[in-house]
Ligand binder design. Sequence first.
Ligand code: G6P
Length: 732
Amino acid sequence: MKLSTLRVVSLLLLCLAGALFVVSRVVTLTTMRWFERDLALRAELAVAGARSSLIEHAGDTPRILELFDAITRDERILGVALCDAQGEVSVASRDYPRSLRGQDLGVDLGAEVSHRIVDGEDHQLQISAVPLAGAGSTTYALVVHDLSFVLRRQDVVDRFLLALFLAFAVCGTLALLISSRLSFRAWTARLRSYVRGETREPRFRPLLQDLRALARTIGDQRTSGAGLPWTPSRLKQLLRTDLMGERLVVIANREPYMHVKGDDGVVRVLHPASGLVTALEPVMRACSGVWIAHGSGNADREAVDAQDHVQVPPDKPQYTLRRLWLSPEEEKGYYYGFANEGLWPLCHLAHVRPTFRQADFEHYRAVNQRFADAVVAESGSDDPIVLVQDYHFALAPRMIRERLPKASIITFWHIPWPNAERMGICPWARELLDGMLGSSILGFHTRQHCNNFLEAADRYLESRIDRETHGVEQAGNTCLVRPYPISIEWPLRWPAEAPAPTDCRRVVFERLGLGPHVKLGVGIDRLDYTKGILERFHAVERALDRYPDLRGVLCFAQLSAPSRSAIGEYQDFDRRVVAEAERINARYATESYRPILLLRAHHEQPAVLTHYRAADFCFVSSLHDGMNLVAKEFVAAREDERGVLILSSFTGAAKELSEALVVNPYDVERCADAIALAVSMPEDEQRARMHALRSIVAEFNVYAWAGRMLADAARLRWHERVAGQLSPFPRP
Ligand code: G6P
């Protein structure tokens, strides 16, 4: 029994006991009064029957005693006596109590019948004085009644009342328990239906407000985990507890593992060069779930099962990769066309004109729909957590929302978002904005990109911008627009195939044929015009021009993975990069020295890490970049706290990594100075800078990125559940 019920039952019993006491007292007093009156009447009747004989035989004691015998045959009459007006008893029956023979009888010997209760030897007695000859009589008949039968009757009544009390107590308690249970059930049913939004009961409104506040507080407490580092296990824990073990469904165009058959007929697994993959893959390893991607490897179909699934990573499966096949026309229109010739140059300020074709957009829309359908097929519940990744899927959030209205859709835009004016260049700007607003949460790397998006939504759509919460409200749905700076796995996994960290410099220097005196810079990018590779080469050239001591000493290794090679702009760029490297090398190369080493090939992670560790500096010179994870990877690889990062101010990373040498890549002179400074920086300064950079990346790692987004999604789900928009809380 709960405490509150126990209290109510105790109160009930207390009230019943009080009532019993009062009733029993009232019954005792009332019946006593009735008995008194009754006995007085009976005394009067008994005397009335013998009155004439008593008067007639006055003075004849034996005769009077006979009359007394007749009267005392009534078993309740204990004795009879005659007395004068002073109470002096002249004759009394045998059992008449001795104590009542004195003068002070305590009864009024007046003209009327009077009576009084007195204590007898064993029990109470009632003595009634009846005038024998009416008013003014000087002789009285004293009749003494034994009251013990009254006590016996009262005793019976008391027992009866007690039994009644017990019966009431038991029945009352049971009735109370049953009715409280039933009314509690009815109350909670009404409350639940109110919380789910099925009914409107104004009386519950204050309660709901409290619940919302509570949910917010609990949600904040549960998900903030203030002060704790973000790790894979903390992320897993967040999914298990705050998101009730829901599995993640990710859509990202680029797959994390590609099966590629080489000319030798051997199938190899490659990790594509993609910042998105670098960031998201460790998150998926931590969280499990399914990653839906375009199956673009030439041997991808050979690796999947009947559902187009393949478990990855291949050596230690931790999540599912679902491959979606695109026809060459779809790939051309959706991927090369609208995504990479339209949106990519639109979002990056790199002076390449975006190209928009109607047919490309049709393919983009159709492919978005295919991915949205795949999400529905893979989600396995009506309120999954869906992570939509990047500019390939601006329309998918709305399409998913239409099929799964209760889903938590977190969309992350990995590249910059242009200002509203520039966005207006796109003929389908409205449709893209509306598609993205199908999300529950929309993430960008920086506050500036969020503001640009809000401005565009304000300008091009019928929507309400809530500047307080950074939300966009459209037809009753709100999408929160927040900055979540992306990052990398920390600590970095050092692959088994990579040389030991201490051996990296020796391995790379041997492979590149460099002497021990060489100062090595590295750049690691896809061959993309946004990355500022030409500007980087020009800075190296200018450094050699202005700092002659660096000639024969400064070497810059550019590891560039060919990218999007079907697009003319990329082919041109590739040619220009090769040409510029050749031109600069032609100026400064000697028999044993080439300032620029252009390694145009896909490099797997172990090779990339080895170059980071071998270098004296890493140069990230993007003309415009959402974040740039090369900068963070370089920092993470330098456990030795050596090496210098030169970082473009036009990257998202520059907002966090202020201990780097931050440069404007268009300012070739300052970039040359930065190179000269990097190669001559004292070890102490390198260590101090690298230490600060590493602590930032360690704290704001990719688990923090995913954790913050998922925690925000968890909070939203709590609030929505409390507001009655999602199914009831699953049992943990
Ligand atoms: C950028 C984009 C990613 C993309 C990557 C590589 O980082 O944000 O979405 O995967 O470039 O480009 P690719 O076209 O080869 O996937």
